[in-house]
Design a protein around this ligand. Sequence first.
Ligand code: GDP
Ligand code: IMO
Ligand code: MG
Length: 416
Amino acid sequence: MKAFSRSLGPVCAVIGAQWGDEGKGKVIDLLSEQFDVIARACGGANAGHTIVVNGKKHVFRLLPSGCLHEKKEVVLGGGMVIHLQTLLEEIASLETAGVSILDRLFLYPNAHIVFEYHKEIDAVLEERRMGQKGEEIGTTRKGIGPAYMEKAARSGLRLECLRWSVQALKKELEERQRAVVQMYGVRIDLDRECLAFTNAKKLLESRVVANGPELLHRFLAEGKTILIEGAQATLLDLDQGTYPFVTSSSTTAAGALQGLGLPPRALTSCIGVAKAYCTRVGSGTFATEDESDSGNRLRERGGEYGSVTGRPRRCGWLYLPDLRYSAMINGFDCWNITKLDVLDTEETIPVGTGTTDDGKVRFENLPGWKTSTRGMTTFEKLPKEAQHFIEFIEKQTGISARLIGTGQGREEMIVK
Ligand code: GDP
Ligand code: IMO
Ligand code: MG
């Protein structure tokens, strides 16, 4: 892992190649040991990044998954939207587990605040979509869209506002009350918002830096290395994803750099994370979705239930054109193919290779290996069918799979 990490250079981004939940958290946790600074750039508590360390499960929503590694500096970037209470809870639960984070946490002042009323508006907008179009986006209802709406309308409140008095916040929210009631039928609960604000102000005001990009560039000048944890994934990107069934942030490598204020040329490597099959939560196209028993098997074996909402994830097979598309947009240097072990019981493994003129997905059925790969750490020890499966992906995408996940645990990873 050390040699592999060294090959990544000083600034590496880890980006999801499908519709999220590929296993970004696990690889971030694994790589974090070799980096000095771990940064989240975009998105909010719609993310759920799970890691399993010594059999214990941790789910991160806002903090980067690498933060269990003590002494690493942890950065929340300006492209993020941050629900204060959720952040406080995450910090508290880490402290309970004996991991202190506050003195190494750095918050960009231009990250936006997600209020409770954003979550309520999120739900109202979903109901309206259902009423008007008969279909919702299937958001996580974490207020992500409404917070980014305010950001784009240039009326959002940002972490720099933690410097305000709570009276100033209350006045600002009071002024918004009428418009919010009128537009969405949602009443801002001033007491609740002010309480979260007061708690956050106490703990976090001093962690909001004067200028985020300047901090990160100073870290770089000091010779520190930076690992960027992507959230959501390429096909959920607001610009390049399957609009309108996307999230409201820029989820690509370029978006991550923008969210952190790093120049494109600062990035020295980019790892694309893709499951050995495919899942999606929420609505929208999914060419290789499998609603038969096979899809159900993937869901059960892969534990494919949302870590944020508990919703069953839609399951299906790998679709190579999507991987090529994501690789093209992000410029992946290598793949982390995750959850290979979930396919251990499959007789044959369908892989979508393209679509015919009349819209039917073409599949290539690769032979399964019908034996456990769980916990394997060397490529050569994989059954030859599993090796062939990986090589097929490499050949079809032109990108090598340097990391292959074989289980939930931190150590269950092949480094090739
Ligand atoms: P993220 O949002 O991309 O970080 O992914 P999630 O944490 O939402 O979902 C990935 C799930 O798969 C988590 O429960 C992980 O513990 C689990 N996982 C990650 N890699 C592997 C793997 O190689 N094998 C298995 N079986 N599970 C994995
Ligand atoms: P991680 O980082 C999977 C999906 C939602 C919905 C759409 C819009 O864990 O991979 P939003 O609440 O963002 O407005 O919802 O995006 N979505 C995710 N799906 N993993 C995620 O994050 C997601 N974040 C958002 O399910 O379809
Ligand atoms: Mg997730």
